[in-house]
Design a protein around this ligand. Structure first.
Ligand code: HEM
Length: 446
């Protein structure tokens, strides 16, 4: 592309962004009160924000803007998330991050309604176990709320409507998917994270650097779908090293690069990553595999047919907010049944290899031992099936697929079709693969 065009376009986006920022006057009383409490590193003013020590071109503080995707609520009902296949071999604990195309910060798919309904149920039933904040989390949460609102309005013009723009006094937005009118007039009636939760289906973690020790702490979190055995009440206010205490090889392999990496992260360069584990159910808050009652888990693991097992992908993004410099970590679970992936080259082979031969700590953390003997025969059958169908042969190398972290049939442009993505395998059944109804039944004894 012509560099002059890029420069003019960049300047236009920047001026739009800055004027918008200038009219935002976050509740000052909160800011000064909490500044004393936590003493933020001075957030850049809009004018300063063009200068950055991290970027030669000075644009590091300018977040990228999404492009509109004209999907309607009806189309979303049939829409699939990007087909994640984050299976690596060899499998080591690494940062495993890659550049995020901002259009996919908050993706849309046919499970949107299910996630939003589940969020409401979880808030009512579990409250602070899944959503919590410290006073110093207020200001960045407010900035996050603005960012989520602006992103959704811009990216999905037919799914979110701006009913009223009150400038520094906030916005009133209609969520066309749930038909809810979301009144974000200042002063807000609820915590900003509650509004974020009514619009986006992702889990949100707000992390701030404490200037006193230069380390990163979790200051607010809306995490209805942790999936595993941790509650957010145990993580709030904690340093990232403590939060990752249970994570295998964190101290040896990740700790050092994490702090360095957080220092360098800029608003202009968001990233994403994906992790995964296997389970037999679709519960969002806590999967069967991570229930606390270990006898019950063992029993349950065997009571499900191997065909019922699926992979839960934890789709994660990281970005920095320009004003507060808070780091926003999102996590979003997406389930894929093994059945729907069975004709994708090497997927059954990779899963089998990983559940038996991944590093010991990872095997334990992801509870592979609990069910691997139960499903290995099924995976062996699928591997043989791939050989019989000529999808793989004995010489096909077992390694990270070239299209990692996505399915082999994915084309580069994820917006190329408004109908979302369908697994093109003849054995894929789109109807059957919609797990919403199944998931609702699973919640009955929750
Ligand atoms: C580049 C940055 C990060 C990396 C490389 C990373 C890596 C990991 C890894 C490897 C795990 C284990 C699960 C898995 O296999 O993925 C994990 C778990 C987790 N991460 Fe991170 N993480 C990052 C940033 C964050 C941030 C900013 C937060 C926000 C507080 C966070 C919160 C968590 C939580 C709550 C868990 C679950 C821990 C548990 O099981 O008790 N992570 N992370």
């Amino acid at each position: 592309m012509d560099p002059i065009f890029i420069a003019i376009f960049g300047a236009l986006i920047a001026s739009l962004y800055l004027s918008q920022k200038q009219i935002l006057n976050y509740s000052k009383s909160f800011t000064s009160y909490y500044k004393n409490y936590f003493s933020y590193s001075n957030p850049p003013t809009p004018n300063q924000s063009r200068k950055s020590s991290y970027s030669k071109d000075g644009d590091a503080q300018i977040p990228p803007e999404p492009t509109p995707l004209m999907i309607t609520p009806d189309q979303v009902q049939n829409y699939d998330d990007r087909p994640w296949r984050p299976f690596r071999w060899p499998y080591h604990q690494t940062m495993a991050i890659y550049k995020l195309d901002i259009n996919h910060w908050l993706d849309m798919d046919k499970y949107y309604w299910h996630y939003i309904e589940e969020k409401q149920r979880i808030w009512q039933k579990y409250g602070k176990e899944n959503i919590d904040w410290l006073p110093e989390g207020y200001e960045p949460s407010l900035e996050l709320m603005e960012m989520v609102t602006n992103h959704l309005l811009k990216r999905y013009p037919l799914l979110f409507t701006l009913l009223e723009d009150k400038g520094s006094r906030g916005k009133v937005v209609k969520n066309e998917l749930t038909r809810e009118v979301i009144d974000m007039t200042m002063p807000l009636k609820e915590h900003p994270l509650m509004y974020v939760t009514k619009m986006a289906k992702e889990d949100f973690y707000v992390v701030m650097k404490n200037p006193k020790d230069g380390l990163h702490y979790l200051v607010a979190a809306a995490v209805p779908f942790p999936g595993g055995s941790f509650g957010i009440s145990a993580k709030i206010g904690k340093h990232l090293d403590i939060i990752h205490e249970e994570v295998p090889y964190y101290h040896e392999k990740l700790k050092k690069s994490m702090e360095r990496w957080f220092e360098r992260l800029t608003p202009s360069a968001p990233v994403e990553r994906a992790s995964w584990y296997m389970t037999w159910d679709h519960k969002l808050r806590q999967n069967g595999v991570y229930q606390r009652d270990s006898d019950k888990v063992k029993e349950e693991a065997k009571s499900y047919s191997p065909e019922d097992y699926n992979v839960r992908v934890e789709r994660q993004t990281l970005r920095k907010l320009p004003k507060s410099q808070a780091i926003i970590f999102t996590n979003h679970p997406v389930f894929y049944s093994i059945e729907e992936m069975k004709d994708e080259p090497m997927i059954p082979s990779l899963l089998r290899k990983i559940i038996y031969e991944a590093p010991e700590g990872i095997i334990k953390y992801k509870s592979f031992e609990l069910y691997r003997d139960h499903i290995s025969g099924y995976l062996d059958g699928l591997i043989q099936r791939q050989k019989d169908l000529g999808i793989i042969d004995d010489d096909t190398p077992l390694k990270t697929p070239a299209t990692y972290p996505f399915a082999h049939w994915v084309k580069a442009d994820f917006d190329y079709i408004n109908g979302g993505f369908n697994n093109p395998s003849p054995s894929y059944n789109k109807e059957k693969s919609n797990y919403t109804e199944q998931a609702k039944k699973e919640l009955i004894d929750d």
